[in-house]
Design a protein around this ligand. Structure first.
Ligand code: FE2
Length: 294
């Protein structure tokens, strides 16, 4: 049986079935998944719980793995692999973290529209998030389609942003949330990087409006004016018609393309346990616009 796809909204997301992702995908299956990602940006595999080894193996079939914020944070880790990100409100000892615990800031930061690791080069390509424990209420994840957002840009805005480049900074969203307690070494672990606001997907050929909360300013503009432009673009890109909202069930694996979509977690009561585990690949071939910048 091959990959079967059921679209979830007009622009973004499809439910994927017909492939057992606990097994290493065949080259044909991996290619079919990549082609589906080019089309839908987000794939939902229901009832496919993965252990850590299976998740790492599945992710590795799509490229080298990304460490993301662990480059800054380091410290104790609940998982066998540093490449697995702990998207939870649970401490290393397995207890739910108190609201004042440093880990909760990360949970709040996840609720801002972002793409994983847009603050580094190479940036993240695919994230694969597996649901282990979900809260009784809330904690959905929303995904916005940056390709459809680009295609729907008003002409004047499209003209205004032509050729513009944004600065992405790993700690910008943290600073917005009052989380500023970082050493100089931590700040330098992931220096800010630059990405064009409009990029062409090297696989699908589609244009992408590459914004998100890690974008801090626009080159050649004052901080204030650039930041306002970024906020306007983010508001445009995250209108409901571009968004798929995922309601988690234990055993879901959701895979998304960080170069073509944004995502955010939604509110849940931090006293409730929410445990998801993420593996992420690095982008290997970037957009021609980004290559021209390097
Ligand atoms: Fe994320």
């Amino acid at each position: 049986m091959g990959l079967t796809l059921k679209p979830l909204t007009r622009h973004i997301g499809a439910e994927a079935s017909g492939i057992d992702i606990s097994q290493l995908p065949t080259p044909e299956s991996a290619r079919a998944i990549e082609q589906a990602m080019d089309r839908y940006g987000v794939l939902v595999f229901r009832n496919q719980p993965l252990d850590q080894d299976q998740q790492i193996r599945f992710a590795q079939s799509f490229g080298p793995l990304d460490l993301g914020l662990r480059k800054i944070k380091g410290g104790p880790h609940r998982f066998k692999y540093a490449e697995l990100a702990d998207i939870s409100n649970v401490m290393v000892d397995g207890e739910v973290a108190a609201r004042t615990h440093a880990k909760i800031v990360g949970n709040v930061a996840n609720q801002l529209w972002h793409s994983d690791s847009s603050f580094q080069r190479p940036r993240a390509k695919y994230s694969m998030l597996s649901a282990v424990v979900v809260p009784p209420k809330g904690g959905e994840t929303e995904f916005a389609d940056l390709r459809a957002a680009h295609d729907a840009l008003p002409v004047d805005l499209r003209e205004r942003i032509k050729g513009l480049v944004a600065v992405h900074d790993a700690l910008h969203s943290r600073a917005m949330l009052g989380d500023t307690d970082y050493t100089e070494a931590q700040r330098q672990a992931i220096p800010p990087t630059q990405w064009p606001l409009v990029q062409t997907d090297p696989r699908s050929g589609r244009k992408i409006l590459y914004v998100g909360v890690h974008a801090r300013e626009v080159l050649g503009m004052t901080v204030a004016e650039g930041r306002m432009l970024l906020m306007d673009l983010l508001e445009h890109a995250t209108q409901r018609q571009f968004v798929y909202q995922h309601h988690w069930q234990v055993g879901d694996l959701v895979m998304w393309d960080n170069t073509a979509t944004l995502h955010r977690g939604r509110y849940f009561d931090f006293a409730e346990r929410r445990e998801l585990r993420r593996a992420t690949t690095e982008e290997v071939v970037t957009s021609p616009e980004a290559m021209a910048l390097a």
